[in-house]
Design a protein around this ligand. Structure first.
Ligand SMILES: Cc1cc2nc3c(=O)[nH]c(=O)nc-3n(C[C@H](O)[C@H](O)[C@H](O)COP(=O)(O)OP(=O)(O)OC[C@H]3O[C@@H](n4cnc5c(N)ncnc54)[C@H](O)[C@@H]3O)c2cc1C
Length: 397
């Protein structure tokens, strides 16, 4: 058996026939969006609208919405295949991955009325819920210290504050927003007093909601959002007032597993590129891949990726079985992000000077995959979660 067939077999060993069909479908779609497409968008820092439309029309972004509400009713096990394939093709799911999972807050914690109002529209792609306003400039990772407030006023809440790194806010109709409804000093437990709202940004007056793009090292459509006395109807509250932190945490585990799958896709893309180049590039009269100094880092990156993929699949499987996956989701994200960064560095090194040339796409993917060390959760915070909540070590902060 040729080595590439073997690698393909190992990667797909746990897939059932449905998942394999999903992978084939996503691969075919992504083939319409080659490196030149992503390179042009990257240079212009432009939103890949055509790609997002194609993915929406094919129904992939509605994978996790139950059939009752117009979606495909698939599990996380299938959804990870979609995002992995996008990244494995050289593309980037970050333009729209949140449309897949942000609605989970409504699905798991919303009222029946809210589900009927929003989910079928999201499933059909007529409504975009892909902005997630949690991070703030002053509180950063310390989410419970966030300062944005929502004050009840009759049949509405009045929201004031600032969010940062709210990705895709300019390309979303709705935003899931976390705000404080009870001052921190008035709550019995530190996780209480925060609430989650679905904010309809289309209905927001310009002087009450301002979105400012932030130009970043990668093409990510991220922004800062300023809220100045924005009134939202009270029926936009998701779940119970004061219990919003729990609503957000539930969704974050699914998000971590999905993003871990993007890292696996990135890693496999880097490894494919590196081994192809290592076989083709001849220096000193032989392919560079004949040197073990080149072979071993490729093999190491491959092994790390396959090991990480096992944890990603385990986390997805447990999530689909209704289990709490705090530990597995964090470990999957950490292992996968580490593997993708290892593969990125290896791939750049294997390509020598050509790795720095835009036309090879490696430097773009290198910048893109670096993000996962920091967002949606940074490495240190995962390690502290595992140390404290899994291993029972003393609380650090
Ligand atoms: C491109 C991009 C897109 C993003 N999209 C979104 C989005 O859509 N919605 C959203 O809400 N947020 C988003 N984020 C925010 C992202 O989740 C945060 O940047 C991330 O969680 C880290 O928070 P911070 O930047 O405030 O870092 P900080 O909290 O300021 O931390 C800085 C560094 O210190 C470390 N650190 C902090 N405290 C400790 C500690 N106690 N022990 C050890 N180390 C510590 C951190 O690990 C980190 O490395 C995005 C960020 C980026 C860059």
């Amino acid at each position: 058996m040729h080595v590439s067939d073997k690698a393909e077999d190992i990667a797909g060993v746990d897939d059932d026939a449905d998942t394999r069909a999903i992978r084939d479908g996503v691969r075919a779609l992504c083939a319409r969006f080659p490196g030149t497409y992503w390179r042009d968008k990257d240079r212009a820092r432009a939103y890949p609208a055509e790609f997002v439309t194609a993915l929406t029309e094919a129904g992939y972004l509605a994978a996790l919405i139950p059939e009752t509400y117009g979606g495909s009713g698939l599990g996380l096990t299938q959804a990870i295949a979609i995002l992995e394939e996008i990244h494995r093709s050289g593309g980037n799911g970050a333009a729209c991955h949140a449309q897949m999972y942000t609605m989970g807050a409504i699905l798991r914690h919303g009222s029946e009325d809210q589900k009927r109002r929003w989910l079928p529209e999201i499933a059909a792609g007529r409504l975009r819920l892909q902005a997630f306003g949690v991070t703030e400039p002053t509180s950063g990772t310390d989410t419970l210290a966030l300062r944005t407030t929502a004050r009840r006023d009759g049949d509405a809440y009045v929201i004031t504050g600032q969010k940062i790194w709210t990705s895709r806010a300019e390309h979303s109709d709705l935003m899931l927003l976390l705000a404080r409804t009870t001052p921190r000093e008035h709550v019995a437990r530190k996780g209480e007093g925060l609430s989650v709202f679905v904010v309809d940004m289309r209905a927001a007056p310009g002087d009450r909601l301002t979105i400012r793009p932030i130009r970043t090292m990668l093409n990510h459509a991220t922004t800062e959002v300023f809220l100045d006395g924005l009134r939202v109807p009270a029926d936009c509250l998701v779940g119970t007032e004061g219990q919003g932190f729990r609503v957000i945490l539930d969704g974050m585990n699914a998000e971590r597993v999905l993003i871990a799958a993007e890292c696996i896709g990135d890693a496999r893309w880097f490894i494919d590129r590196a081994r192809t180049y290592a076989c083709e590039r001849t220096v000193f009269g032989r392919p560079i891949g004949q040197n073990q100094g080149i072979q071993f880092p490729i093999a190491e990156a491959y092994i790390a990726t396959e090991a990480a993929d096992l944890m990603v699949r385990k986390a997805a499987r447990l999530f689909d079985a209704g289990r709490h996956i705090g530990a597995e989701a964090n470990m999957a994200k950490h292992l996968a992000a580490t593997a993708s960064w290892q593969a990125a560095d290896m791939c750049l090194q294997t390509h020598g000077g050509f790795g720095f040339a835009e036309d090879y796409d490696i430097e773009r993917k290198f910048r893109e995959t670096r993000l996962y060390q920091v967002a949606p959760i940074s490495t240190n915070l995962i390690l502290s979660y595992v140390a404290e909540h899994v291993l029972g070590l003393p609380r650090s902060f």
